[in-house]
Design a protein. Structure first.
Length: 135
């Protein structure tokens, strides 16, 4: 079985979404199996790739990630005089200035989005399937 099927069938789940999860260790082992490289070399290559991506995004440079898409960044502007509410005391806190910052986000390639859409199409209820057959 493929690692995707194994991940789907096993008990490891993402905490928030409860979806099947392929762990870092499993991904490293799969890359090592597919390339024939030792796990240490795969780990070093992937860590270096992550470092490059982090450096680029931190310095305002977009990173194209092959067939997957592009890693970019967005800016959140500073906010001045923001009033927060304290639920414990039930009072407004004094106004604060909040600095702006950049945050990363991922934009998938259109070809991958179309492929994923085709692979994961489904209907919510059986009534729609029957109506598609012309019954």
């Amino acid at each position: 079985p493929t690692p995707i099927r194994e991940a789907y069938n096993k008990e490891t789940k993402m905490k928030k979404s409860n979806n099947p999860c392929l762990t870092n260790t499993e991904a490293l082992k799969e890359v090592a199996n597919r390339t024939g490289l030792p796990i240490n070399a795969v780990l070093q290559a992937i860590c270096s790739y992550h470092d490059i991506i982090r450096e680029c995004i931190n310095n305002g440079v977009e990173v194209q990630m092959g067939e997957l898409g592009t890693m970019r960044w967005r800016s959140k502007p500073p906010r001045y005089g923001v009033v927060y509410y304290d639920f414990k005391t039930k009072e407004n806190l004094p106004p604060q200035d909040t600095p702006g910052f950049n945050y990363p986000y991922f934009v998938p390639k259109q070809t991958w989005k179309r492929e994923l859409k085709e692979l994961t199409k489904f209907w919510e209820n059986k009534g729609k399937e029957e109506s598609e057959d012309g019954e």
